[in-house]
Design a protein around this ligand. Structure first.
Ligand code: ATP
Length: 444
């Protein structure tokens, strides 16, 4: 059996469309560039990746709490955060073919990558990435609001609320998942870079002086997380930001990069933000945002360590990492998505071998029982081999087949996606066995 685990972007886009993970937005109108819709399987996958992150970052820590802030915030937030003045990309246009690029993404001395003409680039110009709109009936300077370009500022603006109304003590974190919007110049590579996307961010508030310790802590935690969710180690690496790369707020920053089909790219940023954000919000709002530490009666503006991951970008990573084409004996090729069972859109498929003689009814009863605990797909049509392949292609980790023996002795066949191994188990034990298998799952 030979394997090919490296997938091209074309294959991934095509599988996502064919099986209902991701569609192009407004496709019946010719599509909207860089916008994508999540189909029936895609929304399940995205929700599960989000739930996995949420559980990891809140439930497993007694000092991290959640937040869901509004997308549109007071415009002063974005002045305080520096986004109005600094959140821009340098842009160049090709004078010949009018293609537009980020100046830091092309070699300005080389020919235009689209039309091949040399010396056709304009001088780089700064272009603000925030989308703005107007709130209320009057469209003037005073009614301008921005669609948030990151979820982090909703956390900073609520720091005092959370510190005063929940029982957390420093060090503590606030986690949030939600939409963010950036008027990206070049949206390409499928759902990797889009104008509308989702982020999973956590801001960890610490005592000044302890920031380096917690920065190391979160670097380790975040890389371990990807291992837990079954991502191949050799596809992940850290990239430390050099002097010129650091954002205006950052003291130190590491990206976790993943080797996507188009190469190594940022998946998540871990940033040491000092007290930049809280001090700016204190200054712009005129509110005291200091924290009183009961343990030694000191009062200070906390320092912040941020972990900032893209949810939609994580979905692309999970899909790329899971994809495999396996050549089986006899030359047949099996396409499999090796999702971790906790993020797989369907956990278990229930398949009656035949529809007649009461077999389908037995299968439907078992499916109803399993639905209490798992996401179940029931499929009674087609040859069993084809049904298994369909489930492999959407990454369903377990298939349960009901046959004539089930009627005799109450056992069913449990098939494992990764190894294609099959075992016989009593149907009353299937739910518990699957729970055990999920708990001990390791991708081989
Ligand atoms: P880049 O340099 O690639 O534009 P960034 O360094 O500005 O990204 P951050 O502001 O650190 O990105 O955002 C944190 C995370 O949010 C990124 O690691 C990425 O996963 C996600 N993200 C940022 N921009 C986009 C986008 N346009 N589409 C999808 N995900 C994004």
């Amino acid at each position: 059996m030979s394997e090919n685990r490296d997938v091209s972007m074309e294959k991934l886009v095509s599988l996502c469309k064919r099986r209902g993970f991701v569609y192009q937005s407004s496709e019946i109108y010719g599509g909207l560039a860089g916008a994508w819709d999540y189909g029936p399987l895609g929304v399940e996958l995205k929700n599960r990746v989000k739930d996995y992150w949420w559980r990891e970052m809140t439930q497993l820590h007694d000092n991290i709490v959640g937040l869901d802030a509004a997308i549109m915030m007071h415009p002063r937030v974005w002045e305080a955060s520096g986004h109005v003045d600094n959140f821009s990309d340098p842009l160049v246009d090709c004078r010949q073919c009018k293609s537009r690029f980020r100046a830091d993404h092309v070699d300005l001395n080389a020919p235009c990558p689209t039309c091949g003409i040399s010396g056709s680039f304009t001088e780089p110009r700064d272009f603000n990435l925030m989308f703005s709109t107007h709130m209320g009936a009057v469209k003037d300077e005073g009614s301008i609001v921005y669609l948030r370009p990151e979820t982090a500022q909703g956390i900073f603006a609520n720091f005092k609320n959370v510190a005063q109304t929940s029982r957390v003590k420093i060090p503590f974190g606030i986690a949030q998942v939600g939409k963010a919007f950036r008027n990206e110049v070049t949206t390409k590579n499928f759902i990797f870079r889009t104008c509308e996307f989702e982020q999973m961010e956590m801001q960890y508030f610490v005592k000044p002086g302890e920031d380096e310790k917690w920065f190391e802590f979160w670097k380790n935690e975040r890389i371990k997380y990807y291992d837990k969710i079954g991502i191949r180690k050799e596809k992940l690496r850290f990239h430390r930001h050099g002097e010129g790369e650091l954002a205006h707020y950052a003291k130190d920053a590491f990206d976790i990069e993943y080797e996507f089909p188009m190469g190594w790219q940022e998946l998540e940023g871990i940033h040491s933000r000092t007290d930049f954000d809280l001090s700016r919000h204190a200054e712009f709002s005129g509110k005291d945002l200091t924290y009183l530490d009961d343990s030694d009666h000191s009062r200070f503006l906390p320092y912040v360590i941020e972990t900032s991951a893209g949810l939609t970008r994580s979905v692309l990573m999970v899909l790329s990492d899971a994809y495999e084409e396996e050549e089986l004996e006899g030359g047949d090729v099996r396409t499999v998505l090796h999702f971790h069972p906790l993020v797989a859109p369907v956990t278990v498929a229930v398949l009656p071998l035949v529809k007649k003689d009461g077999i389908a009814e037995l299968a439907q009863d078992l499916a109803a029982e399993l639905r209490e605990d798992y996401s179940v797909f029931y499929d009674q049509s087609g040859a069993i081999g084809r049904r298994y392949r369909r489930m492999d292609e959407i990454g369903t980790p377990f298939c349960v087949t009901i046959d004539y023996d089930t009627k005799e002795d109450g056992t069913v066949t449990l098939r494992f996606r990764d190894s294609m191994e099959q075992v016989r188990v009593p149907s009353t034990e299937v739910a518990a066995r699957i729970r055990e298998e999920i708990k001990n799952y390791r991708r081989v």
